[in-house]
Design a protein around this ligand. Sequence first.
Ligand code: GLY
Length: 363
Amino acid sequence: MKKIRVSLGERSYSILVGRGAVARLPGVIKEMKFTGPVIFITDRNVLTRTAPLIPPIVRKLSNEVYRVIVPPSELSKSVAIYQDIVQKIAKKTRMHRPLIVALGGGVVGDLAGFVAATYRRGVPFIQVPTTLLAMVDSAIGGKVGVDLPEAKNLIGAFKQPRVVLMDPDFLSTLPARQLRNGLAEIIKYGIASNRTFFDYLDANVKKVLSRDKKVLEKVICECAAIKAGIVKDDEFDQKDIRIVLNFGHTLGHAIEAASKYSDDFNHGESVAIGMVMAGEIALRLEMFKADDLDRIKCLVRNAGLRFVARNVPFKEVVNAFLHDKKFTAGSNRFVLPVRIGSVKVVENIPEFLVKSVIRQYVK
Ligand code: GLY
């Protein structure tokens, strides 16, 4: 079992990666000396996928255990579902302070984490991510929250888990499209902060796609270690360090928003296109080489992802970009590559340049 430490003073915690990690849950709860009720927040799809793994672990817990099941959709990250969950918890636990276990992908992790951050002014929680995307990104670093109709993640908090248990066995039943969803974020780490890791992915992408256990475990550990290092230095996203994790996300989000968060583009599929567009902007600004951009496109393609968005209205993508809530009046901010393995924040990119790049990659 590999252990990666997220060093945040009294909020420090370990990420355990390896087959059988989830079976450590009873031991972890015992070590925490937590004797109150344990609430698993999960969704129906995860419940089906994890059916052989979870019940024997739950039987080993001496705590009272309850389940709260939410619909398997981004729409579950809503204030209404949040309220429903906390009311259920209040009823089930008769007001005792619970421990929350987030068992699922990014939606479940963000929602359950937000419940943990706010219910009774904060209760402990454990992340058990079951998708590749959640393992390499959302389950680490404590960003939790829910969406509003106006924008995603508009209500949220920083709430670090007590431990993250990453069991690659969950990935054997993950749909292939979900695997590629996570792979886009994995490629992001290589471009944003580690060229050697990018080279490794270049050589091993087919093995990730065929779920080679050793390669998957190495990739998850590498991403977790990169993210742990970034979060340690900028937990609250205020020092222009954590922002590198947004590489590919500005125009990626614009594609997601323009396609109305439909099934046409999932997060990773949008980020893949967003990364290539960021590379193209950097190329046109003469701060990035064409050869490096070609390498990114090649890896994206070999990962089974696209770098051209089809059937999304160009105008809608531009509108979503112009109304990005993260930009302050009149100015935009992009994370752009300097070379593979290194990015920097660039502000006020001329609108005509961004539009021209969108025109090139949105058909
Ligand atoms: N997913 C970006 C971050 O955690 O900062």
